[in-house]
Design a protein around this ligand. Sequence first.
Ligand code: G1P
Length: 290
Amino acid sequence: MVKKAVIPAAGLGTRFLPATKASPKEMLPIIDTPTIQYVVQEAVDSGIEDILIISGRGKRAIEDHFDRNFELEERIKDKEDAMYDEVRNLSNLANIHFIRQKEINGLGDAIYYARQHTGNEPFAVLLGDTIIDSVIPVTQQLIDIYDQYESSVIAVEEVPRDKVSRYGIVGGEELNEKLMRLNALIEKPSIETAPSNLAIAGRYILTPGIYKALEKTPKGKNNELQLTDALVELLKKEAIYAQTFEGKRYDIGNKLDFIKTTIEYALKRKEFSSKVLAFMKEIIAQHEGK
Ligand code: G1P
């Protein structure tokens, strides 16, 4: 049973400066919802009851976001029912805990902070720079595979070959159209060394064996402890599976994709879709000089 999740949120957000100089990148909103709220919601919708957020300096706003705000609640109580419920429910979504990563030392190091919290249980990892729109939450899709194999499972997605150097890339033996048993993982490989074009998509179910593996893993890319390298170490002891998930992934870790995600999410919202679409047509016409 996977009941716990870990959300690393300690990164400096250097790809989003200057917005992230004094504000956590996880609080940047897609329209009106901070990106980390989408991620927490995915975990909750997948049956996760307990979430550990690995935070760091300058990340207090995340804690406040998932806490009560009595003054605000009082103020909107009688006026805006739906908003009141949403604001009020944010502190009831799950048991959310925080721990601080002392220094920025890579995704692997961030995950290692969760060892006491998750103990001997398998746990989900959700990276905050990806949100995924899907009928069945992707973490749930991975939990279903975990329940079958009781091994670590990683969500993967095909990417164009010229983008493999941006991701962790996996290779292995195909068990069916969607599922693979891994025999290779490489963090941000060159096109020549990539074992496939299947990229690690920021969602994992990990067994507790990952902690021993992390202890044995030397620093890798960017002189940081990489989770992907620790998975290579784990592979010496345990099977690891990769599932091509059902859903659409939005990479919100860079500015251009963030803009695209905002537009798509606006088009999904009833109150904005026709107005945003009309506006887009108008500016496209302007740009084409019509
Ligand atoms: C991290 C992981 C990488 C994965 C990516 C997905 O990299 O190390 O394996 O493919 O997330 O977003 P980052 O984007 O933090 O450099």
